[in-house]
Design a protein around this ligand. Sequence first.
Ligand SMILES: [Zn+2]
Ligand SMILES: [Zn+2]
Length: 85
Amino acid sequence: MADQGNKRCFGEYRCPTCHRTWMSGNSWPNMGQECTKCHINVLAHKQTPLERPDGLDKSDLSKHHPQDLCEKCKQLGRYCGRVRR
Ligand SMILES: [Zn+2]
Ligand SMILES: [Zn+2]
């Protein structure tokens, strides 16, 4: 697949309805994640490239990635990130 501009990045989300914020290390350009409260798709308001995939231990990479909320996962039908070994 030749979609090189479509890389996973670190995203910050803010729900416009309930103002809940969350962050994800599995954030994709033009792909939203669903607010757990409002069940609306929210696009990241800020996205940072994942330059160092293992430099993100401060974030939620070790946490469970909510696949049912992630538009990319839903599109792929599987986990959108790299499976940890
Ligand atoms: Zn919300
Ligand atoms: Zn995902």
